[in-house]
Design a protein around this ligand. Structure first.
Ligand SMILES: [Zn+2]
Ligand SMILES: [Zn+2]
Length: 203
C-alpha cells in the first residue's frame, strides 16, 4: 500500500451522493484491487481500471483507487457485468475481479423484492425497505469476500496510456475536434456530430 491515507466508504458516499449496495460493492472491489496489486491511490496513470458496467460502484473506484474518467485511467466498457480489471503499470501485474451483484439467499432479500414490486408503500414499509437496504450495505462491506467476489487473471492486454491528440477545425460547426475523430465528407473536414455519426444518430 502507498503511504497516503486511503479514502473510506464514507468518503465514497459523499462523492457518489448516496449510500447504496452498488457503491458498497465498488468499495470492496476497489480495496481488494489496491491490496492485490500492492498499490496506493493513483495520482497519475500508474493504476488503471477497466470496468464492465456503468453503475454506482464505479464512483467508489474513482475515489478509492484514483482511477478517474478524466485522467484516462478509468476505462468503461459497459457489458452489463460486475467485472473490474485493474492493472498496475509499475509492476505490470493485473487482477480481474468479479462480484455477484447481490445474493438472494435470505429473508431480507425476498422481502426486499416483494417491497420493490409494490407501487405504493406505507410509511412502515418504506422504513422497512430502507432498513433492509442498510443491512445489505453492511453485509456487502463486512461479509468474507469469498462469499461474492472471485479473483482471476485479466483477460486481454493492459490498455495504453492516455493519448494526446492534435485538434483540427470542423468545416461545418467551426469547433475544434481531436484529429482522429474528424472525417472527410464531400471534400469537407467534419466532426462526428456534424456527420451524424454519434452513437444513436442524431440527438
Ligand atoms: Zn448509487
Ligand atoms: Zn462540427
Amino acid at each position: 500500500m502507498g503511504n497516503k491515507k486511503s479514502a473510506s466508504f464514507k468518503d465514497a458516499v459523499k462523492f457518489h451522493g448516496h449510500s447504496c449496495p452498488g457503491l458498497a460493492v465498488g468499495y470492496r472491489v476497489a480495496t481488494i484491487a489496491l491490496r492485490e496489486l500492492s498499490s496506493g491511490r493513483a495520482d497519475d496513470e500508474e493504476f488503471v481500471a477497466v470496468v464492465e458496467n456503468g453503475a454506482c460502484g464505479i464512483d467508489a473506484i474513482q475515489i478509492i483507487c484514483g482511477c478517474t474518467a478524466g485522467k484516462g485511467n478509468l476505462i468503461i466498457r459497459d457489458r452489463g457485468k460486475n467485472v473490474y480489471t485493474f492493472y498496475n503499470r509499475k509492476t505490470g501485474k493485473g487482477v480481474r475481479i468479479y462480484a455477484e451483484p447481490y445474493y438472494k439467499d435470505d429473508d431480507d432479500d425476498k422481502r426486499f423484492i416483494e417491497l420493490a414490486k409494490k407501487d405504493v408503500l406505507t410509511d412502515s414499509e418504506r422504513k422497512e425497505k430502507s432498513e433492509i437496504k442498510e443491512r445489505r450495505i453492511k453485509r456487502i462491506l463486512t461479509d468474507p469476500e469469498e462469499k461474492y467476489i472471485k479473483l482471476g487473471r485479466p483477460v486481454g492486454k493492459m490498455p495504453g496510456t492516455a493519448r494526446i491528440f492534435v485538434s483540427g477545425r470542423c468545416d461545418i460547426c467551426g469547433e475544434k475536434t481531436a484529429e482522429p475523430y474528424l472525417k472527410k465528407k464531400d471534400g469537407k473536414t467534419v466532426c462526428p456530430a456534424c456527420s451524424n455519426e454519434l452513437p444513436g444518430g442524431e440527438e
